[in-house]
Structure formats: structure tokens, C-alpha cells
Design a protein around this ligand. Structure first.
Ligand code: PMP
Length: 399
């Protein structure tokens, strides 16, 4: 215990916790903290759906119908019609025949990636091709989300990282993986850089080398593509080899995670993943709200349009000021500052002006590449964007 106390002092955990804004209202994207109004450029509520009246009404109806929890794993008597409906709607969005719902996006990655390699064990238990030794190797983009890295680690399978979006490096690892089935894993949109994975190249390599491809579309689902279908829709690139992962806590404004896959693979995941079989799904009212979110994705496309208009407007204002933007492809627009302390000073100065932007630095980014991670939102007004751009210009003159 003393050791833990020493570490706590060393990392300054308490002061970090104290300094964090505690919100009195939801960032939609403006919010109130400690009686003061702020505008958030750090919420994943991309389409400002989290407090949409239709989502709230659907959740209330869900509460009246089902109560506040399902209180059991779906494999052990906790299944509800609403979960089945949500899964089939998510499958349709992703052009797959089935989807498997999990409690959160984090649980989805950990639960599926740790268990995919168990499919071989399951097959052997059931006597299917009992002599086959199933062997897998994970090949993962070095900038993938932590939940991917932890899921792969938990699997116990062999694993290698390839350089960010470097298809030559990936191919050399695929060549070296002979004798094992490769599972290529990539974020669809990378959360710290805002870059998009080169999906068509990934699909081509997966097909050439007989690999499974797992795409984490946490920041793409609901955002990229004409209908919010994510990275596949953005590139118009579909393949039976892709396992499509998504979260329901970002553009969809609620909580949960899922993988969309073909039905037989879904069944294997349901039977092998502890994060499905040994814990609860999102609460039933959340599932009801999420079905409403899927309706809104179709009925209110202007939200997506507004998000992209805001993103383009922000970039057009920032670039002439000489700020270096890490990428300009998605709703995540990181402004490179470089030095960690300078980046934190920017973040504090922005906060003094009523603007909340995350300062992201080592170990989340390489040393010397600290950045302000601006996350654009359909609910931002032009005045709010003008204000933040003006404040950034003023801070850069001062610092
Ligand atoms: N994958 C990525 C790429 C993410 O950015 C996140 C959340 N930051 C997750 C997975 C986890 O999703 P959730 O918050 O729904 O658990």
C-alpha cells in the first residue's frame, strides 16, 4: 500500500483529478462547470445526439417497459427483444448479416480480440477438425487504441505491431506469418491523429494472405460515409473478411459497443467471448435510445452535414494562422504544439476563455508531438468556432 501511495504522489494523480472540469450539464457541445459556461471541443458526442429529445423519449419508454437493468448476461437468461432488434439494425448499417452487442466499446475490443483465437479451441472441443491446430498471429497498427492492444495481449497469441498505416511493413509481417492465420487489426479513424486507415489496401492484403481484418470504427461509425456507415462506406469498400467494430458512446450518444460480422462468426464470438457471456449488455433503456439514434442517422442527415461544414470551416480559419494540423480528414483535428508544457499552457489559457480542449502528450503521443486535440461537433455554432480561432491566435502571440 505504501508503494502505491508513493506512486500516487509521484504522478500527481490527485491534483490531475482535482484540476479536471466536472460538468454540471452535458457537453452538447456547450456545458456548465462550477457555474461557468464552456464550449467543448473535446466531446465524442459528434452529432449532438446524446440529449436529443427523441433519444431521451425512447430511453424513458424503455425504462417504463423494462425497468433500469437486465441484471444478467444474455447467455444466461438476460436476453431481451430490444437487444436483438438493435443488433439487427447495427448489422444492416454495416452491411453484415449479424452483430454482437457488448457493454462498451472497450469491452468489445478486449472481449472479441482476446477470444477470436479461442475459436480453434471451441472447434476442437466440439470435435470439429479435431486434428487441426489453429494458430493465429495478430498484426496491429502501432497507433491502435489501448483496448485493442490489451485485447491482443490477453489472447496470448503471437503479435507484432506494424508502423502506422505502413502497408509495406504490414506485408513483410504477413509474409513472415506463414503457417498461422494472420488477424490484421486497425482503427478505422485513429483517435490521436485523426487519420483514416487505408482500408482498400488492408482488404487487398487480407485477401492476398488469407487474413482476417478487424476494423475499430469507434470514431467513424455515424460520422464517415454518406449514411454514417463508417470507414467501409467512406471508401465504398466491403469485404466478407472484415469484422466491423463500433462503439455506441460517440456519434450514437449513448453507451455500448458491437462487432458486425456474418452470422456464423457472430455465433462463435457469442460462445467464446467472456465479455459477452459473463457480463451484462448496455441497459435496456440505452438499447431503446440507440434504436432511436439509428433512426435519426437516417432522418436527420443534416447533422452529419453540419459536422463536416464545421470541420471545414475550422480548418479554413486555422491554417492561414500558421498552425500545423496533424490531419484534416476527420472530425478529430489535432493542432500540433510540440512541447508538452507549452501544450498544457495552451489548454489552460483556452480554459480561462471558456473553451475546453484536451491537451494530449506522451505517452499517448510520441515525445515532442504534444497536441491540442480539437474534436468537431455538429452542434458548434459559427460564433463558437470564430471565438476559439481568435483565442488560439491570441495565445500563440502571447506564448
Ligand atoms: N476504440 C477507440 C478507437 C476509441 O477511441 C475508444 C474510446 N476512446 C474505444 C475504442 C472505446 O470505446 P468506449 O468509450 O465506448 O468504451
Amino acid at each position: 500500500m505504501n508503494e502505491l501511495k508513493e506512486i500516487a504522489q509521484w504522478i500527481g494523480g490527485h491534483s490531475i483529478h482535482q484540476e479536471m472540469l466536472v460538468n454540471e450539464t452535458l457537453p452538447d457541445p456547450s456545458f456548465v462547470s462550477n457555474g461557468r459556461k464552456y464550449v467543448s471541443f473535446s466531446t465524442n458526442n459528434y452529432l449532438a445526439l446524446a440529449n436529443h429529445p427523441r433519444m431521451v423519449a425512447a430511453a424513458k419508454q424503455g425504462l417504463d417497459r423494462y425497468g433500469v437493468g437486465n441484471c444478467e448476461s444474455r447467455l444466461l437468461g438476460g436476453d431481451l427483444e430490444v437487444y436483438r432488434e438493435l443488433e439487427s439494425r447495427l448489422a444492416a448499417l454495416k452491411h453484415k448479416t449479424d452483430a454482437v452487442l457488448f457493454g462498451t466499446g472497450y469491452l468489445t475490443n478486449v472481449g472479441v480480440l482476446s477470444s477470436l483465437v479461442k475459436a480453434g479451441t471451441l472447434a476442437r472441443i466440439h470435435g470439429y477438425r479435431a486434428k487441426t491446430r489453429y494458430k493465429y498471429v495478430y498484426l496491429s497498427d502501432e497507433l491502435n487504441h489501448i483496448s485493442i492492444r490489451e485485447g491482443i495481449q490477453m489472447s496470448g497469441a503471437n503479435r507484432h505491431n506494424y508502423k502506422h498505416r505502413d502497408m509495406n511493413h504490414l506485408e513483410s509481417l504477413l509474409k513472415a506469418a506463414e503457417g498461422a492465420t494472420p488477424i490484421i487489426v486497425s482503427d478505422g479513424v485513429f483517435s490521436m491523429d485523426g487519420t483514416i486507415a487505408p482500408l482498400p489496401e488492408l482488404v487487398a492484403l487480407a485477401e492476398r494472405y488469407g487474413a482476417i481484418l478487424y476494423i475499430d470504427d469507434a470514431h467513424a461509425t455515424g460520422v464517415l460515409g454518406k449514411n454514417g456507415g463508417g470507414t467501409s462506406e467512406y471508401y465504398n469498400c466491403y469485404s466478407p473478411n472484415i469484422i466491423q467494430m463500433g462503439t455506441l458512446s460517440k456519434a450514437f450518444g449513448a453507451i455500448g459497443g458491437f462487432v458486425a460480422v456474418d452470422r456464423d462468426v457472430a455465433d462463435v464470438i457469442r460462445l467464446t467471448s467472456s465479455a459477452y457471456g459473463f457480463t451484462c449488455p448496455p441497459t435496456p433503456d440505452q438499447a431503446c435510445a440507440l434504436i432511436a439514434a439509428l433512426d435519426l442517422l437516417v432522418e436527420e442527415p443534416q447533422r452529419r452535414q453540419r459536422l463536416w461544414d464545421n470541420q471545414r470551416y475550422f480548418i479554413a480559419q486555422m491554417q492561414p494562422l500558421g498552425f500545423k494540423l496533424v490531419s484534416t480528414e476527420t472530425a478529430i483535428v489535432p493542432v500540433l504544439i510540440g512541447d508538452s508544457e507549452l501544450c498544457q499552457n495552451y489548454s489552460k489559457a483556452l480554459r480561462d476563455e471558456g473553451i475546453h480542449v484536451d491537451s494530449v502528450q506522451f505517452p499517448a503521443t510520441p515525445v515532442g508531438q504534444a497536441r491540442l486535440r480539437f474534436m468537431m461537433n455538429a452542434g458548434h455554432s459559427r460564433e463558437q468556432i470564430d471565438h476559439v480561432v481568435g483565442v488560439m491566435a491570441e495565445i500563440s502571440r502571447r506564448l
